[in-house]
Design a protein around this ligand. Structure first.
Ligand code: PGA
Length: 254
């Protein structure tokens, strides 16, 4: 199984700060090479610069979103083909912040997944329940619905490329983290749902944990059987903590 550490920079860092952070990450990985797949997701304006900076480094670049249509009159949007044309090879889709603030439905997210794979881009599909949903013990229903609504019936090449991230909304940016037992329970559930959606290929789909994952809690989270890495927000904004997470993933999982 692949092990992936992906940094979601969200709407942080200007051009200079993005270049500096990426340069530090690259230099850290040069001095201590890792078998972990490292992905960074800067904001749209810096993707081309990031792709050029890491071209020879084995680091992958992800966008944080794309539009589901191939082209057209969609002011302010960016297509999967545009991302492909500047060297972007991964894209986060269905992040809870997109679902919450921009009303993205599973149907739309599923179409984004298909649009990305048609361009040879790996989608990092995010799912996860809110605090209210967990409190009424609806987390498994919510996540199953998200997975089936967005991923069922996709072309089989989607399942060969897909990465899934479990991001309990109550743990994102809040400092609260799922316990290792909660993470493993949900990741195992996601794996079994993916098998019903995608068949046996689902055993090879990496499932990342996201939600206040930091060097302090990463060892026990990454040690879980069905946790194949992390989608990191806050702790990806400093090279030191991000590189430490790569190192922990390397020792615990690889
Ligand atoms: P966080 O964000 O690590 O800051 O909680 C994770 C994410 O939203 O991907």
């Amino acid at each position: 199984m692949r092990t992936i550490i992906a940094g979601n920079w969200k709407m942080h860092k200007d051009r200079r700060a993005a270049a500096d952070l990426l340069a530090e990450v690259v230099s850290g990985l040069r001095s201590s090479p890792s078998r972990v797949e490292v992905i960074v997701a800067p904001a749209f304006p810096f993707l081309e610069m990031a792709a050029a900076m890491v071209a020879e480094e084995g680091v992958r670049v992800a966008a944080q979103n794309c539009h589901q249509e191939p082209q057209g009159a969609y002011t302010g949007e960016v297509s999967a083909a545009m991302l492909h044309s500047i060297g972007v090879d991964h894209c986060i889709v269905g992040h809870s912040e997109r679902r919450q603030y921009y009303g993205e439905s599973d149907d739309v997210v599923g179409r984004k997944v298909a649009a990305l794979v048609a361009q040879g881009i790996t989608p990092i599909y995010c799912c996860g329940e809110s605090l209210e949903e967990r409190d009424r013990e609806a987390q498994f229903d919510v996540v199953a619905t998200q997975l089936h609504a967005a991923l069922a019936g996709q072309d089989h090449q989607v399942y060969g490329r897909l990465v899934v991230a479990y991001e309990p909304v109550w743990a994102i940016g809040t400092g609260r983290t799922a316990t290792a037992a909660q993470a493993q329970e949900m990741h195992a559930f996601i794996r079994s749902e993916l098998v019903t959606v995608a068949g046996e290929e689902a055993h090879d789909i990496p499932i990342l944990y996201g939600g206040s994952c930091k060097p302090e809690n990463a060892p026990e989270l990454f040690a879980c059987t069905d946790v194949n890495g992390g989608l990191i927000g806050g702790a990806s904004l400093e090279a030191s903590s991000f590189l430490e997470l790569v190192r922990i993933a390397e020792t615990v999982m690889a």
